[in-house]
Design a protein around this ligand. Structure first.
Ligand SMILES: [Zn+2]
Ligand SMILES: [Zn+2]
Length: 234
């Protein structure tokens, strides 16, 4: 049998090999097909500080009205409801880092995301522990950040101090305590952080403790603003 050579060359050039949709399994050029994106990733009205869904006419949720929000802006592409937990598990644990491209594309197309990425100075992916990195071979947030704003990415500013239990497996109360002092700042980075408009990147935002803690450290070091762009919001 002869290879359809021209077709293969075109695919190679476009780097778009046919693949299965991660949700419905249909064949197509991307890991998320158009039908599934339009069905499961419709933008929702969300609180500008914490990305929780809000009612029409509301801009800020009641929690963020009561307490000082940790983030200037927080943008989430999807709610962490079916089918996204499965997709995120596949992305994290099944060693399919190529998915980052499709997920990052969805993040970029979320209302407000493009502007946030363009107007910031630095993009900081939420780090994972060395242990987790050894286990998976990659940090999913770094992969997303690389597709979102490679030139603005700093991976060394924020350091993970210790291995914390995977947040998604823990009840809410434990999740809140699980992150006590999980991060530190690279001491040499402090002068560079001063006045910078920073966007944190994470795959899943659950209680918000991770992002709150990271934002707190960056603010203490004099960051001009700290926002977040996440794929899924629980
Ligand atoms: Zn699909
Ligand atoms: Zn809020």
């Amino acid at each position: 049998m002869k290879w359809p050579w021209t077709q293969l060359q075109n695919l190679w050039r476009a780097q778009r090999w046919p693949t299965h949709c991660a949700i419905c399994n249909s064949w197509g050029p991307d890991v998320l097909c158009e039908t599934c994106v339009s069905t499961f990733a419709q933008p929702r009205l969300r609180c500008k500080h914490c990305a929780l869904p809000v009612l029409t006419g509301q801009r800020i949720c009641t929690d963020c009205q009561t307490d000082t929000p940790a983030l200037d802006y927080c943008i989430a592409s999807v709610s962490y409801d079916w089918p996204w937990p499965k997709v995120m598990v596949d992305f994290k644990f099944s060693a399919q880092p190529a998915w980052a491209k499709s997920l990052a594309l969805l993040m970029r197309h979320t209302p407000g995301a493009e502007l946030l990425l363009e107007s910031c100075d630095v993009v900081v992916p939420i780090p994972v522990s060395g242990e987790r990195l050894a286990e998976r071979g990659f940090n999913q947030s770094v992969l997303l950040a690389r597709h979102l704003a490679k030139d603005k990415m700093h991976t060394q500013w924020l350091q993970r101090l210790r291995h914390t239990e995977a947040q998604s497996h823990l009840p809410r109360q434990e999740r809140l305590h699980n992150l006590d002092q999980a991060f530190a700042l690279e001491p040499m980075a402090r002068p560079s952080i001063l006045g910078k408009r920073i966007v944190l990147i994470d795959d899943v935002m659950t209680t918000g403790t991770t992002l709150r803690q990271a934002a707190g450290l960056l603010r203490q070091a004099g960051a001009g603003s700290v926002s977040a762009l996440v794929f899924a919001r629980a």
